[in-house]
Design a protein around this ligand. Structure first.
Ligand SMILES: [Cu+2]
Length: 275
């Protein structure tokens, strides 16, 4: 999608950049499945999704077969005098029990997954994501970090220049170390936003006056993209999330650099979105 808009030159540059970094995870044209899972939770979501899909297929095929059979066998032409039979205890027990069993079969992995998502393991990195109209502010608290900065979506021209995907690249990405439990605390500064990162299986509303917690553990390094996923006003589509998953050493270097770079932005300092 974005390639078409950025022109041939930029598209080639972007393609080359992504080819050089095969770990960059992006939506693809005509893609119908999930983006590749990069966290244990997302792997479980995909597995559960596939299980549900085949259960749905089986139920649909069974109902279709019954319908076809009834339409043919009990059509008016073959049944001049319609049957008046009603009530069949065995049938009624079966069509109550079988759906109950199917629901229980679905409920067990569903609750397991909910439990996995909502139980945050011991946290390695805590990041606060504050949704604002229309950008994200990130806070890295703690003695090792202790800074805050704004992350704005790039204009089409800036994205092309930086070889970043249109409407997904940001000026200041989020950095996290690989194979570490990252806790994201979301809050809204004005209206409800939502911090969503498909490859990590994370989507958490950022609600004013309420601090929500979610987590992910990235299993591979690379660049991942997400978007605000709660309709938050006119520029809702222009507050993307760019996540860089890096090695421990690269993360430590980024922390040290950012501590100096963002020192001036300590409190209350915000930049105006430019287009
Ligand atoms: Cu938003």
């Amino acid at each position: 999608m974005f390639l078409r808009k950025t022109g041939i030159g930029a598209a080639t540059a972007a393609l080359l950049a992504f080819a050089a970094n095969p770990a960059a995870a992006l939506p693809v044209e005509w893609g119908t499945g999930f983006q590749e899972a990069a966290s244990p939770v997302m792997e479980q979501i995909e597995t559960f999704h596939t299980e549900l899909f085949w259960i749905c297929v089986a139920v649909c095929l069974f109902v279709l077969a019954l319908l076809v059979w009834i339409v043919i066998k009990y059509r008016a032409g073959a049944n001049a005098i319609p049957s008046k039979v009603h009530h069949n205890t065995l049938l009624e027990v079966a069509w109550t029990l079988i759906p109950v069993i199917i629901l229980v079969v679905i409920a067990i992995p569903s609750f397991k997954l909910l439990y996995l998502e909502s139980t945050i393991p011991p946290v390695d990195v805590h990041i606060k994501a504050i949704g604002k109209q229309w950008f994200w502010t990130y806070e890295y608290p703690g003695s090792a970090a202790g800074f805050t900065y704004d992350s704005l979506g790039l204009s089409d021209a800036d994205a092309a220049k930086a070889s970043k995907p249109r409407l997904l690249g940001t000026d200041n990405p989020v950095y996290v170390p690989v194979n570490k439990v990252v806790q994201i605390e979301t809050v809204g500064a004005d209206v409800i936003h939502s911090w969503a990162m498909p490859e990590m299986g994370v989507k958490m509303d950022a609600v004013p006056g309420r601090n929500n917690l979610t987590w992910f553990k990235a299993t591979k390094t690379g660049i991942f993209y997400g978007q605000c996923s709660e309709l938050c006003g006119a520029r809702h589509a222009f507050m993307p999330i760019e996540l860089h998953v890096v090695s421990d050493a690269e993360y430590a270097a980024w922390l040290a650099k950012s501590k100096e770079q963002y020192a001036a932005l300590e409190t209350g300092a915000t930049r105006v979105a430019s287009k």
